[in-house]
Design a protein around this ligand. Structure first.
Ligand code: PEP
Ligand code: MG
Length: 895
């Protein structure tokens, strides 16, 4: 027979799956000898059985009998007895806390008879009738499903009849009459009388808690919190104690440390002569907990002692609910307390310093997401601000600035000292300068992997994208919100990239001392910064994964280095072909013959060499993986529609078309699916001179750095390889060029040549590719796109909301690695790559390289490093360490 019920004396905190968080902790406290009222917990397994069968399991009633009897013996009173009745509370309690989502019924056991007994025992008819009317109301609403308005209406009428406004103005007699009215409501609305058998009340309350697991709001909450639907809730049945028996009674909540800041000390609130629900409801003003020292010195000293015991026992911040009934202290709940990100770091560090936990445990107690929160400047939460749009929270932070609608204006205004927000329908590589000079970016199209989002994250700029309600008109330099507010160029807006919200006007910003510290600026002696520093350093000591950065410019590379990157894992070379160099690329594309093409390429060589010299000096001594050109060539040419229109106009007016040659080239290069078109190595094979030039530039830059006494460590990476042969061709040419430059310059150039693995075919043939590739770097952006077959630029707004709601996935696969699909391909490629070339270096440089959950996967699958945007380097360092020390020991309720 399955055991469905555990007395508080039988369980412990390791049994949270079965007893729920609340039940397990009540049992733990009982086991520790702390003053917990007697009670028992009905398991989540019983709930699951109920939800499957639709009825209460057959043996449950017998078990409840047995445990109820034991509880009555412990309490020395019987449930609902007329004289000094025992009352019980029935509360839900799932494995993960779901505050307020499920049912609770208090004062079970009160009947028309026992209410009189309670009045006599408590010496307060008001208390007794108030408890009874609360039971009728709670029971009516939750168990019998009666609309709360009926009870609220009757209460209101009672107050009106007496000419008073507060609940407390109703005396015992008024409340007695109100209970009669409540009973009528129950009869009229549910077609049955309120049960006068306490045991029937109990059974119905238990069933209603079980059923409340599946209410819409509980389901919605679980979806938002990623809590599985099949866990079920436990039910805790506990003897009631009363904090409202007079001035020697009261109730409160307490924390063993400040959950907001993490500061040491005892924090909490106390409410004299009240029940727990009154504290939560905020009906009366509470007192700070330390006032209890004067009011009830005995129970206060006992409470402090218990709090010390609990913190030592749980080795963490505990939050506590307690009640004092006529001078006697009772513990009603404890759990490892929720805390802010700042408190998480300070508490972990303090507990480590106090010797309560070791350094590994301190590392487990914090998360990369918490560190990310601490690194962004924030908007001052107290400021009043008008929200004008919401969108995808694409790159976190808080940015305030004047609106500009194009890149050139962004650069010009920034040069004049203005903080600007670049507002575009969507961005493209031409906007890079604008993005660099803007504080924030706002777009009306695209998701988390749109151009604006990826570049903004890379640059550490705040970005909200896909704010679809905005009508952006760059031609007239204004946008209009859904409410019809018109924002014109120069107006100030505030963009919250952490929440995905846009505000009108200037919202005050609070800078992050943690980010300032990582950037190498002096922040004085700040306890939080010290805690973060210690914990991240420990993570470095423990992690097996290296952390590199994706950086395309010397400035980014320098920043990444300050933030602790051990190299550049991806230096994209695309942007090096923009700006004034675009003309050269245009010449290259339009070249009539080989000679013309080679001349254009030759002109690019010194520029590229200078780029690489700069970045290699910034990263002297550290590896820099330089990726050869990737995007489709037509991206470097003018817009096709515009050119076509110009040509048509010229023709109609009988004028010679100035750009016919250009238009022909644009048409020739136009692709319906550029992401699947002539990108990456395909380009390199079709125009071999282009990659030759890049390889030579890298080689010459390395030689120059060597001759200058530097320690350059460039690696050459080929994008979008699908077959080993592609790589063989490019690698052979590259090796030849390296040898040439080595001979010319008289230095050794043993540069490694490797590849991105970003197509399923590359992953599936990784063994063959590894015969040539000296390293792999997983391009998980393209690998996700091509494995799923959906476009990284278009789908997030189009159908991801539906997919998330339908739980095709619980998080965007562009954000967190899809372990089951993309992850499997990676695992396969890792195994095949290593088998073919033991010691092959393996990394990842897609956006997932900075995502905490994905970093855990990359650790597990055995990569050597992750590469992420510079700003995320500390976060990745922390998560790499956390992955190495493994899961927590069960003492932390991370939700
Ligand atoms: C990738 O595909 O994951 C990658 C890093 O390359 P890009 O984003 O430049 O295509
Ligand atoms: Mg790619």
């Amino acid at each position: 027979m399955t055991k469905y019920v555990y007395d508080f004396t039988e369980g412990n905190r390791g049994m949270a799956d079965l007893l729920g968080g609340k039940g397990a902790n009540l049992a733990e406290m009982t086991g520790m000898g702390l003053p917990v009222p007697p009670g028992f917990t009905i398991t989540t397994e019983a709930c699951r059985a109920y939800l499957t069968a639709g009825t209460i399991p057959a043996d449950l009633s017998y078990e409840v009998d047995t445990h109820l009897h034991a509880m009555e013996i412990a309490a020395g009173r019987k449930l609902g007895q007329v004289d000094a009745p025992l009352l019980v509370s029935v509360r839900s309690g799932a494995r993960f806390s779901m505050p307020g989502m499920m049912d609770t019924v208090l004062n079970i056991g009160l009947t028309d008879d026992s209410v009189v007994g309670l009045a006599a025992w408590s010496g307060s008819p008001r208390l007794a009738w108030d408890s009874y009317r609360r039971l009728l109301q709670m029971f009516g609403e939750t168990v019998l499903g009666i609309d709360a308005q009926h009870f609220a209406g009757a209460l209101h009428a009672a107050k009106e009849a007496k000419g008073v406004t507060g609940d407390l103005d109703l005396d015992g007699d008024d409340l007695r009459q109100l209970t009669a009215r409540y009973k009528e409501i129950i009869r009229a609305e549910s077609g049955r009388d309120f049960p006068q058998d306490p045991r029937e009340q109990l059974d119905l309350a238990i069933e209603s808690v079980f059923a409340s697991w599946n209410t819409d709001r509980a389901r919605t909450y679980r979806r938002a919190e990623h809590i599985p639907d099949d866990l079920g809730t436990a039910v805790n049945v506990c003897a009631m104690v009363f904090g409202n028996l007079g001035d020697d009674s009261g109730t409160g909540v307490a924390f063993t440390r400040d959950p907001a800041t993490g500061a040491a000390g005892v924090y909490g609130d106390y409410l004299a002569n009240a029940q727990g629900e009154d504290v939560v409801a905020g009906i009366r003003n509470t007192l700070p907990l330390d006032r209890l020292a004067d009011l009830h010195p005995g129970p206060y000293a006992q409470l402090l002692d218990i709090m010390r015991t609990l913190e030592k026992h749980y080795r963490d911040l505990c939050d506590i609910e307690f009640t004092i009934e006529r001078g006697t202290l009772w513990m009603l709940q404890t759990r490892v307390g929720k805390r802010t990100a700042a408190a998480a770091f300070r508490i972990a560090e303090a507990l480590h310093a106090e010797g309560v936990i070791d350094a590994d445990e301190a590392l487990r107690r914090v998360t990369g997401a918490q560190l990310a929160q601490l690194m962004f400047p924030r908007f001052d939460g107290n400021a009043a601000a008008r929200r004008i749009a919401t969108g995808v929270a694409a790159s976190p932070g808080a940015a305030v600035g004047e609106v500009v609608f194009d890149s050139d204006t962004a650069v010009a205004r920034a040069a004049a000292g203005a903080a600007v927000i670049l507002v575009r329908r969507e961005t493209n590589p031409d906007d890079l300068d604008g993005l660099i000079h803007a504080r924030g970016v706002l777009t009306s199209r695209g998701g988390k992997t749109s151009h604006a989002a990826v570049v903004a994250r890379g640059l550490g700029r705040t970005c909200v994208c896909g704010a679809e309600s905005l009508d952006i008109d760059p031609d007239v330099r204004r946008f209009t919100t859904a409410d019809g507010i018109v924002v014109t160029e120069g107006d100030v807006i505030s963009v919250d990239g952490t929440a995905g919200v846009v505000y009108l006007g200037r919202v005050p910003v609070v800078p992050s001392p943690v980010a300032e510290y990582f950037e190498g600026r002096d922040v004085g002696d700040d306890e939080l910064v010290r805690a973060v520093d210690h914990i991240v350093r420990h993570a470095d000591a423990r992690s097996r994964l290296g952390v590199r950065a994706n950086a395309d410019t010397p400035a980014d590379a320098g920043r990444a280095r300050r933030l602790g990157a051990t190299g550049v894992g991806l230096c994209r070379t695309e942007h090096m072909f923009l700006g004034e160099r675009r003309a050269l690329v245009e010449r290259l594309i339009l070249a009539a013959d080989d000679a013309e093409r080679e001349a254009a390429i030759a002109a690019l060589l010194p520029l590229q060499r200078a780029d690489f010299v700069d970045i290699l000096s910034e990263m002297d001594g550290l590896p820099v993986t330089i990726r050869l050109l990737d995007p489709p060539l037509h991206e470097f040419l003018p817009d096709r529609t515009e050119l076509t229109a110009q040509a048509a106009v010229a023709k109609a007016l009988g004028r010679p078309a100035t750009s016919e040659r250009l238009l022909r080239a644009v048409n020739r290069l136009h692709e319906e699916n550029p992401m699947l078109g002539m990108r990456g190595v395909r380009l390199g094979l079709v125009i071999p001179g282009l990659y030759d030039m890049q390889v030579r530039a890298i080689a010459e830059a390395s030689a120059a750095r060597l001759r200058a006494g530097g320690h350059p460590h460039a690696e050459i990476m080929i994008p979008l390889i699908g077959d080993a042969r592609e790589l063989e061709i490019v690698a052979a040419r590259a090796s030849g060029i390296l040898a040439e430059v080595a001979a010319e310059s008289g230095v050794d150039l043993p540069l490694e040549i490797g590849t991105m693995i970003e197509l399923p075919r590359a992953a599936l043939t990784a063994d063959r590719i590894a015969e040539t590739a000296e390293f792999f770097s997983f391009g998980t952006n393209d690998l996700t796109q091509t494995t799923w077959g959906f476009s990284r630029d278009d789908v997030e707004a189009a159908f991801f909301p539906t997919y998330l709601a339908e739980r095709v996935f619980t998080v965007s696969p562009f954000e967190t690695i899809d372990r089951d699909g993309v992850g499997r391909l990676i695992g396969l490629a890792v195994a095949m790559g290593r088998a073919a070339r033991p010691g092959i270096a393996l990394g990842v440089c897609g956006e997932h390289g900075g995502d905490p959950e994905s970093i855990r996967f990359f650790h597990e699958v055995g990569l050597d490093y992750v590469s992420c945007s510079p700003f995320r380097v500390p976060i990745a360092r922390l998560e790499a360490g956390r992955a190495a020390v493994g899961d927590d020991d069960g003492s932390v309720d991370s939700r």
